[in-house]
Structure formats: C-alpha cells, structure tokens
Ligand binder design. Structure first.
Ligand code: MN3
Length: 197
C-alpha cells in the first residue's frame, strides 16, 4: 500500500527561532515528501517485479526502498519529536533510564550532541532502545538507513542533513544541534520509550 505524507503536527513557524519557518516548510513539503514518493515508487517497482517475474532490477529497487523508507520513517519521527513547547529535560522513567545508562542527563546530551555533530556527510543522531543489550544507546545513521541494528527502536532523532539547517546555520551544524534541543518534545520521546520497552 502507498504511504502518505503526514501533515506537520504544528505550524511551520512553531519551532522558531530554533528552526526557521522556511526551513521547516521546505524540509517537510519538499524533502520529506520526496522520501514518501520515493518509497512508493520503489514499492511499486518491486510489486511489478513479482508480477512480471523480472528481477533484473531488484538490487536497485531494494536499495531505493530502504533509503526512502528509512527517510520517510525518520522524518515522521523528527517532526513528532519536536514541538513549540519543547526543551528542558526528560523526567519519569525515561530520565531514570538515561541516568542509569549514561550517568546523567547532561552526559547523555553531550554524548548525543557529539555523535550527531560528527555524523559523516548526511545522516542522523539517534537515541534508541536496544532490546539486545537491554539499554538505551546513542547511535548515528548515515544517509537514513546505514549503521542501523535490526530490532533496535529509535526514540529521538536529529536530522543533520544540510537541508535541515543550512538556510539559518550554514556550516554551523553544532549551533543547530544546540538550538534543536530547545524544541525536543520529551513527552513524545517518553511515550516511545514506554512502548518500546
Ligand atoms: Mn531531512
């Protein structure tokens, strides 16, 4: 079944001044939309390959499926992870787990920021629940789909493709990540943690 572009959960200027309205509009309406379209194209081509019994392009379309499917899923989470009343620190079970796994909320934030700023080229910083280790992990995804571990559930994601920040921050990725923290919707992250564990 085709997937659809989810509406932004808030107005395009809701994340100002951390993330400007023009960046949000372009990011959602053009980039996020492109991954949705790309996923649907790849899914259709793979369905067609099955119907025709012609698997000559299967390597290409499975790669496209992973790239665009991961892109679509990560962008949906990115918007939901943020909000106009975001920022501050997590509380409750999530905060307790962060302290257990990283030592303190501050240490976690420093690790997450460092990993995210250091993403090579285009990708994401990710806080994930790792059921194999039974702990939270800070991870990165290159592009959208590379360096992931099957079964691990992302809870909080920070897009550091240049389209996420370049209009306002140019090459200053670290400044964008610093501002991005002020819009994190911890209630959304906590709900994902509760569901994942
Ligand atoms: Mn993006």
């Amino acid at each position: 079944m085709p997937i659809e572009l989810p509406a932004l959960p808030y107005a395009t200027d809701a994340l100002e001044p951390a993330i400007d309205a023009r960046t949000v509009a372009l990011h959602h309406d053009k980039h996020h939309a492109g991954y949705v379209t790309g996923y649907n194209t790849a899914e259709g081509k793979l369905r067609e390959a099955c119907d025709k019994g012609d698997f000559s392009s299967v390597k290409h379309w499975t790669r496209e499926l992973a790239f665009h499917g991961a892109g679509a899923a990560l962008h949906k989470m990115y918007w939901e992870n943020l909000g106009p009343n975001g920022g501050g620190d997590p509380d409750g079970d999530l905060a307790a787990r962060i302290v257990t796994d990283f030592g303190s909320v501050d240490a976690f934030k420093k690790l997450f920021s460092a990993a995210t700023v250091a993403v090579e080229a285009s990708g994401w910083g990710v806080l994930a629940w790792d059921p194999h280790a039974g702990r939270l992990q800070v991870m990165v995804a290159e592009k959208h789909q590379d360096l992931c571990i099957p079964g691990v559930t992302p809870l909080l994601v920070c897009d550091v493709w240049e389209h996420a920040y370049y209009l306002n921050y140019q090459n200053l990725r670290a400044k964008y990540v610093e501002a991005w923290w002020t819009k994190v919707n911890w209630a959304d992250v906590a709900a994902r943690y509760a569901a994942a564990k």
